[in-house]
Design a protein around this ligand. Sequence first.
Ligand code: PRX
Length: 630
Amino acid sequence: MSSYEDFHRRSIEDPEGFWGEQAQMIHWHKPPQKVRDYSKPPFCKWFVGGETNLCYNAVDRHLAERANQPALIYISTETDEEKVYTFAELHREVNRFAAVLQSQGLQKGDRVIIYMPMIAEALFAVLACVRLGAVHSVVFGGFAAYNLAVRIDDAKPKLMITSDAGMRGGKAVPYKHLVDESCSLAKFPPEKVILINRGLVKDMAITEGRDLDYATLRAQHMDAEVPITWLESNEPSYILYTSGTTGIPKGVQRDTGGYAVALASTMKHLYAVNPGETMFATSDIGWVVGHSYIIYGQLINGSATILYEGLPTRPDAGIWWKIVQDYKVRSMFSSPTAIRVLKSQDPKYMRMYDISCLRYLFLAGEPLDEPTSRWITDSLQIPVIDHYWQTETGWPMLSYLPGVDLKPNRFGSPGFPVYGYDIKVISEGTGEEVPRGDKGVLVVVPPLPPGCLSTVWGDDKRFVQSYFSSFKEMLYTSSDWAVRDEDGYFFILGRTDDVINVAGHRLGTREIEEAIQAHSAVAEVAVIGVADSVKGQVPVGFCRLRDPTLLDEPGAEARLEKEVIGKVQELLGAVAKPHRVHFVNALPKTRSGKLLRRSIQALAEGRDPGDLSTLDDPNSLEEVRRAVGH
Ligand code: PRX
């Protein structure tokens, strides 16, 4: 086995040789003619001329060797269901779904928005799309109608697939009416909406001629076999929207072959899961972790995946460990927030089940604090691996590599650059590499490795501007601060932009500000992320009202706060709801009118507001201090 250093070095110095070898881990209908084409920086094509298909690699390919082995383990503690689909059964369901989509005229390149709870049909739908060469865009179920409408208008889907409701904490969370609303808000609504009806919502409105019942259509295609549509490696597989600095989310466009190769290689080298074994990721299919390590990674590898609908604490805080025991989970993937939730429960739940099958717990999505890391390491007595990546990259950028050479863990560090990534920490001002131990921006020297975003959907210019134009040299910016210590360990110190991280969910403060501004009483608003002991960060809003006398009435402040929070929930969904909204008479700004978000954040967290040399109105600081009570 090679050392980490050799492995990484080879991937950077001989990318064509390295990735040419990794490419052999997947099935190619037609082998690539060229490993890499970087003739048009920063755009990079991988495995040019090769033809493959994600659904074939995830499903059909395994029928010969493991048709009767588990592929998808669906567990819902919300509806008390538990069902194991073998690869053969998964193949049947995906073919039925693909036939239904085909019967509605879906063709290669068409977009499909999938707005679904964590049910097996969501995974069938995703795989059915890529089987046909259609481009899926899964939208997280916690987002509301406005968010959906923005994504509809960007992706212009031919079809939408949804469900009547999700379930959370024993209660139905209706989805369908949000789809109806989003379709009336959108300029380019889909022709048809396919509805998976779980029977959770009474008197659901149905739009005749547009809404189609999936169960009825499925019954017409029980024996369907839908041929694979082979795609050139660089043709798109999906769009996944993510927050950035502006109020409009970016459609991260993923290729096909590069993504399949990258995921296959991480299953072996990083997550150390063999075909036939099980990996359990506790994320949601609406996020990138769900795409890469609930849906595609495991299945491409011939491993089983677990799709869990439910809370980590219901029926009790032992539920995840029961799942680990029952399905012999080998590697698990979760978020620091979820672990902090478990840490606040009775420790007996950590000892109730035999989880000796579990080899590694991977955590990502937000900083892993040392107390949480120590607690979970002590509780599980296995390596707990913090690793770092982004929606854009689709797979880890910094990590430890148990499948290659596991370096000793250093608390607070997500380890080292993963093979394929040439990572540097550079000065924001000069663009030069900073000395070890100094803070800078984490960048990747392009080209990005296979599987990372190929562009921003429909907007090549935005791709170049958002990611490759921050420095004089063309470098991919992660928009994260980082520091690298003397021994090469990396540490992530938070975002350089206005993105915040709430319970591992990435949210743009600009989007929340725009939603708050939709309230007619609000003149101006700043939203910042404030440290929270469980969720990492929570959004907090500071509003200046058009008419401050509105607050004079007794009880007005609490009522307005509720209204403003309600506005965000209505437009964006519960996931983006501010924790608090404060009303102030002035917001700290520079003389040129730029909001001093970092100062506001510092004050809200009871810290020093930092450099205030450009502050316009000193009273505004007092306003914030007064509002937060520091
Ligand atoms: O700020 C970093 C933070 O989450 C951002 C990416 O979020 P998202 O696109 O949702 O992708 C999550 C994929 C796991 C990053 O820019 N982040 C992610 N992992 C870590 C992290 N911050 C600190 N430590 C991590 N391990």
